[in-house]
Write a protein that binds this ligand. Structure first.
Ligand code: GLU
Length: 514
């Protein structure tokens, strides 16, 4: 590409099901790269393989990118000058380019049936112990327009027999190709086969459609998953065959996302096994259908945290910094710092990212987000107190949706008491101590955190009680367990009446149990 050429990159998923988080990361890196270079980020849907088409998948992809704020400048659902951006709507274009290759002797018709291909594979294997590959060494022994007479070919084409169009891979060319992440890759074309470019169903294959579209859409950089690295030599050869070498995009193949444990690609099975989603949104999105796979969005992740976590799977800034906003990522991202080796997915780290984004939010924000999870009890407190409650517990949360577990005792008196804590803390003298405490608290007019603390501490000191034990007993009475924020904060929020009633209730119940 020339210096003043506009950077144009694309995310080109196939609508074969929900978008894996590896796909979201590919989209993200494309987006970051485009924004960093003031370029354009395109969304193209590659749906030429009709056998793998899944209804709803395209909407899922669009909605996932929207949720992540990875917004295309051009493409499906946005429009642009190079559309249509759905490959099934571009069939005529591909026919024309397949014809160009046929005319220039860079492609040929092949009539071999699936059975004939299988028989040849079998024969080669048993007779010579070789693996069959449709290539320069074998194509003459097969049924195609190179091995058959022109007359026969015309007849067969006219008879409506199914055929495919194959690329005529040149023999023995030493190819040196360049990947932005991996550097130089060398291949000899004799190791490559004559890939099908056009199928008998009248659709192009991925390879042809992808090259034609990248060319026509003026793509300057192809940034995609490592699984496409083996296709790169074919793609380069296709650019050459079309005479498009001068405008050939640069390639960058991103490392795989790996399982948290062991090796291998991160799969839905790993997520199910270890309890985390591998998709951005639940699948299917249609709420009337049963959920097949959970999503980060529905699991309570903030999109900013999700994106931040994904950005660092395979790329690092070279500094200790881990929290990046989208703008900071745009600034810091560089292809040179994308690693060659796979990135291990870490579910705990994903939660950590969400926690970091959660604690960075204001208490007011958390209070607002908590409402759906407070079981309709949010009005038990004035808004300002609810904000305070959220502020007190947010440090303990990975997700707002889990807040009830941390705050339930503010809204409901305990019905039972943690056995371990009772055993450890509840002494013979506890009931009488609690009765004394109630008398002390009864007189307290200002029930603020500070006054509660000063009063209780003074009483404990004067009586020479064990402060640790007393505080824990109070907590047990108020919370029913040994969890929660500072006990004096809890007292102040519950208020005098509730505190006295809970201590009294606990004394009655626990003494019966004990
Ligand atoms: N349609 C391909 C996919 O589903 C795109 C590969 C590419 O970006 O060239 O991953």
């Amino acid at each position: 590409m020339t210096d003043n050429q506009e950077v144009r990159v694309r995310f080109a998923p196939s609508p074969t099901g929900p978008l894996h988080i590896g796909g979201v990361r590919t989209a993200l890196y494309n987006y970051l790269f485009a924004r960093q270079h003031n370029g354009k980020f395109l969304l193209r849907i590659e749906d030429t393989d009709q056998t793998r088409f899944v209804p709803g998948a395209q909407d899922y992809i669009i909605e996932s990118l929207r949720w992540c704020s990875i917004l295309p400048d051009e493409g499906v659902s946005v429009g642009g000058d190079y559309g249509p951006y759905v490959q099934s709507e571009r069939k005529e274009i591909y026919v024309q380019y397949a014809q160009q290759l046929l005319d220039n002797d860079r492609a040929y018709y092949a009539f071999d049936t699936a059975e004939e291909l299988e028989a040849e594979r079998e024969r080669l294997h048993t007779e010579k112990g070789e693996t069959f590959q449709y290539d320069a060494a074998h194509r003459n022994g097969m049924k195609n327009s190179l091995s058959m007479s022109p007359k026969e070919v015309t007849e067969w084409l006219g008879s409506g027999r199914p055929y495919v169009i194959r690329f005529k891979m040149p023999e023995n060319v030493e190819l040196t190709i360049f990947d932005m992440i991996r550097g130089e890759v060398k291949v000899n074309t004799s190791t490559l086969d004559d890939k099908v470019l056009f199928k008998s169903d009248g659709m192009p294959t991925y390879h042809l459609a992808n090259i034609v579209d990248d060319h026509l859409m003026k793509i300057t950089h192809v940034i995609r998953g490592e699984e496409w690295l083996p296709s790169m030599p074919l793609h380069v050869m296709l650019y050459k065959a079309f005479g498009w070498e001068d405008t050939m995009p640069q390639f960058a193949h991103l490392p795989l996302l790996l399982k948290p444990d062991g090796n291998g690609k991160l799969s839905k099975r790993d997520g199910d096994r270890l309890g985390f989603p591998v998709f951005p949104l639940r699948w299917p999105m249609d709420l009337t259908k049963e959920e097949i796979a959970s999503g980060y969005r529905e699991n309570g992740y903030y999109p900013e945290a999700f994106i931040n976590m994904l950005a660092l799977l395979g790329w690092n800034s070279g500094t200790e910094k881990e929290i990046f906003s989208m703008d900071e990522l745009v600034e810091a991202f560089s292809m040179e710092r994308v690693s060659k080796s796979g990135a291990k997915f870490n579910p705990e780290k994903a939660q950590w990212f969400n926690h970091e984004y959660l604690i960075a939010r204001s208490d007011e924000q958390i209070a607002k987000e908590s409402v759906p999870f407070l079981h309709g009890k949010e009005n038990l407190y004035e808004p300002a107190i609810l904000v305070k409650i959220c502020g007190l517990v947010k440090d303990r949360l990975h997700f707002v949706k889990d807040i009830w577990e941390q705050v339930n005792f503010f809204f409901e008196a305990p019905v039972d008491y943690e056995e371990k804590a009772v055993k450890k803390r509840w002494k013979e003298e506890t009931p009488s101590q609690m009765a004394e405490l109630c008398a002390v608290l009864e007189k307290l007019e200002d029930f603020s955190t500070e006054m509660c603390e000063a009063t209780v501490k003074e009483w404990v000191t004067v009586k020479e009680y064990n402060p640790g034990n007393i505080f824990n007993v109070i907590r047990l009475c108020l919370v029913g367990a040994s969890k929660g924020p500072g006990v004096f904060d809890i007292m102040s929020i519950l208020g005098k009446g509730e505190v006295l009633s809970r201590i009294t209730a606990a004394t009655g119940k626990i003494s019966i149990v004990a």
